[in-house]
Design a protein around this ligand. Structure first.
Ligand SMILES: [Zn+2]
Length: 407
């Protein structure tokens, strides 16, 4: 949250003070005021699925289910969110394109319906301005290259509608890039996949390497002329899932100037939970596909039901319990490997099983509090909360300008 807080934000800040255990008579505790001053960016939320599948869902109302809405973003001091535009990887062809455009429309309409709170943003400068105004910047990322239907013109259409990054794959390979959760088919990127990366650089669209196979990651790093992001990935050293990044991948990402945004999904945070979950439900991709089938293709239902089931199992002691401090462990590990300039937040809210204590966006200040307690400087906390993502956005915008100037 930035300056110019509204009265609602002020009231929620007061509520958070109580939560943080501070005296309500005194000043805001240093961590809370640091959090308020910072521009807090979440690089990946799946709340778009609720907009699509639940006609009664109002982003402006406080809900007691799911992880994110405007009141809880306000409480959590969240200044900018990337709404994921996503259809499952087995939805392909023109239908995938249409459904992606429907979701873009849903995000844009949700912004239009809440002009006091939300502004559609496409640049780092937009985000800074919107945060200064005390509103929340809504951005979009396309999660899965299958939605361009092997047509570079669709990539340009998505960029023109305000989509600021594309995750090259989702759980499945597409026709031009291998995914981390599928059997290798292309040895990374195909020739067309490489054209996609070059075109994204030219368009000033960020390349998102979350979900991609290690070889796809290597191909991207070898090719891109701008920094890349991992919009929602955690550390593979801590939880050995192929969706997470090895320390070497983090180092290559940092060398490229990019940033890894830590994902809060319980099996990506905790090795114990991952192993127990795979034993119980199979791998992450097939477990989600099964739940989606149970929900009749309603993806909002699929992720919310999965989370409910996981939380019940954790509460009943049938699965290892995962707490929010695990998020801080991943941040701290990444900072130890690549430094505070290359780490950020990519919650996966409304698309994952949140750890206890991070049930929704209102709980975000706990992360700042924990980083301060660990001895992180104000400067480093600012970078991790959002500064790094803004720096990458600016670098990608500049690289696109440079390539335009060459034409
Ligand atoms: Zn994802």
């Amino acid at each position: 949250m930035s300056t110019n807080r509204t009265s609602t934000a002020f009231a929620s800040a007061a509520a958070a003070l109580v939560l943080a255990g501070a005296s309500v008579h005194g000043q805001a505790p240093p961590a809370r005021s640091l959090h308020e001053r910072a521009i807090v960016v979440d690089a990946h939320v799946d709340t778009t699925q609720r907009l699509i599948f639940d006609p009664r869902f109002d982003l402006g109302a406080r809900h007691d289910d799911g992880n994110l809405d405007i009141p809880r973003m306000r409480e959590g001091g969240l200044d900018a969110v990337f709404f994921s535009i996503w259809v499952p990887g087995d939805v392909t062809g023109p239908i995938a394109v249409t459904r992606a455009f429907d979701q873009i429309d849903a995000v844009r309409e949700a912004v239009r319906a809440h002009p006091k709170d939300l502004v559609l943003a496409t640049t780092a400068a937009d985000v800074r301005r919107v945060a200064r105004e005390g509103r929340i910047a809504a951005l979009m990322g396309l999660e899965g290259g299958h939605m361009i239907d092997d047509d570079i013109r669709q990539l340009r259409n998505f960029a023109a509608l305000g989509v600021r990054y594309m995750t090259l794959t989702h759980f499945k390979n597409n026709n031009w890039a291998d995914s981390s959760t599928d059997a290798p088919a292309h040895n990374g990127l195909t020739a067309f996949g490489k054209d996609v990366v070059r075109e994204m650089n030219r368009l000033g669209m960020m390349i998102d390497v979350s979900h991609v196979a290690d070889k796809t990651f290597d191909d991207v790093i070898g090719l891109t002329t701008a920094p890349v992001v991992a919009s929602h990935s955690s550390s593979r050293v801590i939880s050995n899932h192929p969706r997470n990044m090895t320390d070497d991948m983090m180092r290559a990402l940092a060398k490229n100037g990019g940033v890894i945004m830590i994902n809060y999904h319980a099996p990506f945070l905790s090795e114990e939970f991952r192993v127990a979950s795979e034993k119980r439900y199979g791998d992450v991709a097939s477990a989600l596909a099964e739940m989606s089938a149970k929900c009749g293709g309603n993806e909002a239902c699929a992720t919310m039901e999965s989370e409910r089931r996981d939380h019940q199992a954790m509460t009943a002691g049938q699965m290892p319990s995962v707490r929010w401090e695990k998020i801080v462990e991943h941040i701290d590990h990444a900072v130890k490997v690549v430094g505070a300039d290359h780490v950020g937040l990519g919650s996966d809210f409304d698309g994952a099983t949140m750890p206890f204590g991070m049930e929704d966006a209102s709980k975000l200040p706990a992360i700042t509090d924990a980083l301060v307690k660990k001895g992180y400087s104000d400067r480093d906390v600012h970078k991790i909360l959002g500064g790094n993502m803004l720096r990458v956005m600016e670098a990608v915008e500049k690289a696109a300008d440079r390539s335009a100037a060459l034409k």
